[in-house]
Design a protein around this ligand. Structure first.
Ligand SMILES: Cc1cc2nc3c(=O)[nH]c(=O)nc-3n(C[C@H](O)[C@H](O)[C@H](O)COP(=O)(O)OP(=O)(O)OC[C@H]3O[C@@H](n4cnc5c(N)ncnc54)[C@H](O)[C@@H]3O)c2cc1C
Length: 477
C-alpha cells in the first residue's frame, strides 16, 4: 500500500494538467489543488498497512447485505478519488460478470485489472461523459466523429483512442481513468463502443481542470467547508492514446456498449445517495442550530420547514436502506444494490434538493450573504460592534452566529454551494437517466392490475374458479 507521501510522489509523473491557461507542473503544491491532494493523502495514511499483502477497504467486493451496508458506512467519509475507485472498480466487475458468458476474455481482463489496481493501491476515476456535439445526432452522424470517444486504430497489441471526456471528477489527482461509452451504441457504431483503463499520464492525455477550492487570496474562515473538502472536474482530451490489449474491456461489441454505463450508474448512484443521507442530515442540523440561535425554534412555520427537511433526509435514508436490503447477486455471488430503489432515491434527493435548501435559506435570513467576517470580529475597531449586534441572547454570541452563517453560505449559496446545486442535478447521468431506470425496473403490470381493480375491469376469480371481470375486490382498505 502507499502512504500519503508516496501517493503525493506518485502524482509527479509528467501528467499534462492545465488550469486558468497555465500548465501545472506539480499538482501536489498547486494552491487550488493542494487541499484535494491532502484530503486524498489522508485516506492513504488512514488505511496504510505495511504488510505487502494488505489492501485498502475500497478494493472490496461486497458479497452480502451486511457487506454492502458496511462498505456504505465506510464510503461516506472518503475523499472523491477513493470513493470513485471503489465505485468504478465495482462497475468494472459488474460489467465483467454481465459479459462473462459471451466475452470471457474481457471479463478476465477486468478481474485482473481490479487485482492490479488493488496491489498498486491506485485511484481510478469514472470517465464516461463524452463531448457529444449535437445532442440530437448519434456519434456517426456528427460533423466531427471525435465528439464521442472512439477507436481510430487497431493493432495486434491494442487500440488507439481519440476524443474527449468532460466533467471527470478528481482526474487531475488520480492515477487512472476508467473509460467507457456514454450511451448505448447501435450496429455501425462499433468504433465508439470502447471501454478501457488509461493512465492519467499516458502520452496523448491532456487534462484541463477546475477546482472547488476557494481562491488562495480569500480568507479561509469564510469557507469553512470548501477550504477543507474540495475537488475539481477534468476536461480530458485523448489525442490518439495507445491502450494495450490487457487494459481494453470492450472494443467494438455494440451489444455491450451500455453494460458499463448501467453498471456505473448503479454503483455511482448508490455512493451518491449514501453521501446525500449525510448531506441532508447536515442541512437539517444547520437549520435547527440557526433557528435556535435566532430564538425561533418553536415558531410554527419554522418547525414545519424543519419537519419537511427531516422528511427529506429520512426518505433518502429509507431509499438507501431499501436499495441495500433488496440486494441483487451476480453469478459470482457478488452483492449489488437494487436498481429501482437506488435510482428512485437518487432522483428524489436530486430533484428536491433546491426546495430543501430554500427552507434553510428562509430560516437563516439575509446574514447568510451579508455577515461580517471572523477577521472583522477579531479587529478591535470593529469587533465590539459585531459582538453587540450579532449576539441574540445569553449563550449565543456573535462568533457562533457568524460561523453558522458562513457555513451555510459556503455549503449552499456560494461557489461550492452552486457547484453542489448543479452537481445534484447532473451527476450520475442527470435526472433523465434516473427516470429511465425507474421506468425499466418498476412493476408496471402490478400497478395496472390495481388500477383495473379500481375501475372494475380486472379479471377476478369467481367462487367456482371461472374468471369474471365484475365484482372485483377493492384493493385498498
Ligand atoms: C460536478 C459534476 C461532476 C461530474 N462528474 C463526472 C464524472 O466523474 N465522470 C463522468 O463521466 N461524468 C461526470 N459528470 C457528468 C454528468 O454525468 C453529466 O453532466 C450529465 O450526464 C449531463 O451531461 P452533459 O453535462 O453533457 O449535459 P447535456 O448532455 O448537454 O444535457 C443537458 C440536458 O439535455 C438533455 N439531453 C441531452 N441529450 C439529449 C437527447 N439526445 N435527447 C433528449 N434530451 C437530451 C439532458 O437530459 C439534460 O437535461 C459530472 C457532472 C458534474 C456537473
Amino acid at each position: 500500500m502507499l502512504t500519503g507521501d508516496e501517493y503525493r510522489e506518485s502524482l509527479r509523473d509528467g501528467r499534462r494538467v492545465f488550469m486558468d491557461g497555465v500548465r501545472i507542473e506539480d499538482v501536489t503544491v498547486h494552491p487550488l489543488l493542494r487541499s484535494s491532494v491532502d484530503w486524498t493523502a489522508s485516506s492513504y495514511d488512514k488505511y496504510y498497512d505495511p504488510d505487502p499483502e494488505a489492501s485498502g477497504p475500497y478494493f472490496f467486493i461486497p458479497k452480502s447485505i451486511d457487506d454492502l451496508r458496511a462498505q456504505g458506512e465506510r464510503q461516506i467519509d472518503w475523499d472523491y478519488p477513493t470513493g470513485a475507485t471503489s465505485q468504478g472498480l465495482l462497475m468494472v466487475l459488474t460489467a465483467a460478470s454481465r459479459m462473462r458468458a459471451t466475452h470471457p476474455v474481457y471479463a478476465d481482463r477486468a478481474l485482473a485489472y481490479f487485482n492490479e489496481s488493488r496491489l498498486r493501491d491506485i485511484r481510478c476515476v469514472e470517465t464516461i461523459t463524452d463531448a457529444k456535439g449535437n445532442r440530437s445526432l448519434p456519434p456517426g452522424k456528427q460533423d466531427d466523429p471525435d465528439m464521442y470517444l472512439r477507436i481510430v486504430e487497431r493493432s495486434a497489441d491494442g487500440i488507439v483512442i481519440r476524443g474527449a471526456k468532460l466533467h471527470i471528477t478528481g482526474a487531475a489527482i488520480s492515477h487512472e481513468m476508467l473509460v467507457m461509452p456514454t450511451k448505448r451504441m447501435k450496429a455501425g457504431e462499433e468504433d465508439w463502443s470502447v471501454a478501457c483503463a488509461v493512465p492519467v499520464n499516458a502520452p496523448g492525455v491532456t487534462i484541463l481542470t477546475t477546482s472547488t477550492a476557494p481562491r488562495p487570496d480569500l480568507d479561509p474562515s469564510l469557507f469553512p467547508y470548501s477550504s477543507r473538502y474540495n475537488t475539481g472536474e477534468g476536461f480530458i482530451v485523448f489525442d490518439d492514446v495507445f491502450v494495450p490489449n490487457e487494459r481494453v474491456f470492450l472494443a467494438g461489441e455494440v451489444e455491450h456498449s451500455a453494460t458499463f454505463a448501467h453498471a456505473l450508474g448503479l454503483w455511482q448512484r448508490l455512493g451518491s445517495i449514501g453521501s446525500y443521507v449525510k448531506l441532508a442530515d447536515t442541512l437539517v442540523g444547520l437549520a435547527q442550530l440557526t433557528a435556535e440561535a435566532n430564538g425561533l425554534e418553536r415558531v410554527p412555520h419554522i418547525r414545519e420547514k424543519i419537519a419537511d427537511m427531516i422528511t427529506y433526509a429520512t426518505l433518502i435514508r429509507a431509499g438507501y436502506e431499501a436499495a441495500i436490503q433488496n440486494a441483487d447477486y451476480t453469478e459470482e455471488g457478488w452483492a449489488g444494490p437494487d436498481e429501482l430503489f437506488t435510482n428512485a432515491a437518487k432522483f428524489y434527493a436530486a430533484a428536491e434538493f433546491s426546495h430543501i435548501v430554500r427552507h434553510l435559506h428562509d430560516i437563516a435570513g439575509g446574514s447568510v450573504l451579508t455577515a461580517p467576517s471572523l477577521r472583522d470580529l477579531a479587529n478591535p475597531e470593529t469587533g465590539p460592534y459585531i459582538e453587540k449586534y450579532m449576539r441574540t441572547m445569553e449563550g449565543v454570541d456573535a462568533d457562533l452566529r457568524l460561523r453558522l452563517f458562513h457555513a451555510i453560505r459556503d455549503f449552499t449559496a456560494d461557489a461550492y454551494g452552486g457547484w453542489q446545486h448543479v452537481t445534484m442535478i447532473q451527476s450520475g447521468g442527470g435526472l433523465f437517466a434516473q427516470r429511465l431506470v425507474v421506468h425499466k425496473h418498476y412493476d408496471m403490470d402490478h400497478a395496472k392490475e390495481l388500477a383495473k381493480h379500481v375501475a372494475g375491469i380486472s379479471k377476478d376469480e369467481t367462487e367456482d374458479g371461472t374468471e369474471s371481470i365484475v365484482g372485483a375486490r377493492p384493493p385498498f382498505g
